[in-house]
Design a protein around this ligand. Sequence first.
Ligand code: HEC
Ligand code: HEC
Length: 466
Amino acid sequence: MEKTVALGMVLAAALWALAACNSTDPAAAKGAVAARPQVLSLPAQVGQLAFFDKRLSGGGNMSCASCHDPQYAYGPPNSISVQLGSDIAQTGARAVPSLRYRESTPAYDDNAPNPDGVTSESPGGGFMWDGRAATMAAQAALPLLNPVEMNAASKEAVVKAVREGSYAALFQQAFGAQVFDDTDQAFDALGKAIQALETEDLSFHPYSSKYDLYVFNKIGGALTPAERRGEVLFHSSGVANCSGCHYTGANFNGNTGLMSDFTYQALAAPRNDRSIPNNPDPIPANDDPKYFDMGLCGPFRTDHMPATPDTANPYCGMFKVPVLRNVATRGSFFHNGVFHSMEQVLNFYNTRDTHPEYWYPGDKDGQGAPQANPAWALQPTAVPGATVRKYNDLPRAQQGNVDEEVPLGTGEGGDKTAASGTRPRAPGSAPAMTAEQIADLTCFLGTLSDGYQPTATPATSGRCTK
Ligand code: HEC
Ligand code: HEC
């Protein structure tokens, strides 16, 4: 255990040395010399103490860092789909995102302009998988008071914990001597403190990946042939088309290389429930067949709810395009954490429509013996001829929203609405990518992890080196 801690400290110091080089501009990393440790503003210092303060939770056993662990790029420290709350009898309903590179997320707008300057306006921006929190300061209130997360009894309870805690004086220094006089004011100040931390602290945006060295400082960071092939594929609009959504250009705040355009898309992730054989962690809420997590149209976001589940609504099934930095360090993927490896994610993009039986459960109307699916499929077997319950985490009325852009669909017909011609890939037809291309993409995604250390003698063995 001690060894792990010591190693963590060495890593943290090394990370800091890299991070300290590049303030807000990754280009500043060029040849810069590590300066003094970063000095945080008073609110951010409060935010840092609050972020790790378990006393803010109902059970005194959980802080923000319990789910957003700095050692895991401020993502979850394990591979389970959805985390336990402070009241450990309760589980969340969504996968925990990393908190890195979130500071330039624009506010949510139903008609947000697209940073590529070409795509028409569509829902974009905001925090959470459904954009329902306008700012990081407002977001902080949600986990604190959520019964399935930190489960604090009330705003009063949270403010009381701060007032009676070790950083009460610092809190007053940052927000005024009278700040505790008004509970709402003090609670809002706590949100501002956490936002200040997430915005200022370089550990939330270190820009220290191999990709950063390669793109912004070509010395010592050149990609291997496999990583470079993966990068080209990532941008290939006709084959993988990843950057069509995981946009790498400059967003409105000037930050580049975030790997998200912050729009919303319906990819039809399989329902994370007991219909997946040997599912290690089905989401308990999904035991209710009438429950659907539909992102922008609810249930957690409430301003775009359909009149009835059978009324088609263009917002249903849409989730925010996630930032892909540090994605290779994750153990569960997509809003419901249903996938547990990158191989699974990329094969889902590739075969969602060509081989839906790999991903969705089949009805009992098939003939003959079950046949084995590939090892990465969610459904280990499929019965020939069985009706597959495609897009099984969306009510039928909402399935028209499902995205058919490349690589999921053929991309023909432009817009994905039925009127202009939806072009799903036909069952049994050829997928967009080969297994080789998927392996190359995986190598490229590995370059997005922070804390990269160039070595004097680059590795020569392993799939990604060739
Ligand atoms: C029990 C686990 C858990 C804890 C504790 C927790 N979070 Fe989260 N966090 C989540 C989950 C799950 C989501 C996604 C929720 C959603 O989309 O509805 C999330 C989302 C976020 C987001 C939005 C990120 C994005 O990409 O939009 C921020 C910011 C955040 N959390 C900050 C915090 C802060 C600050 C705290 C402490 C006050 C905290 N979280 C405590 C699980 C947790
Ligand atoms: C049409 C837009 C779109 C395209 C094209 C696209 N993605 Fe995504 N990607 C998304 C959305 C939206 C999600 C989240 C879906 C959800 O949670 O339901 C996502 C999720 C992911 C995740 C999981 C991240 C996490 O934190 O859980 C990975 C990895 C990923 N995409 C990689 C890729 C790669 C690689 C490509 C190219 C082969 C690609 N994506 C193409 C929109 C897109």
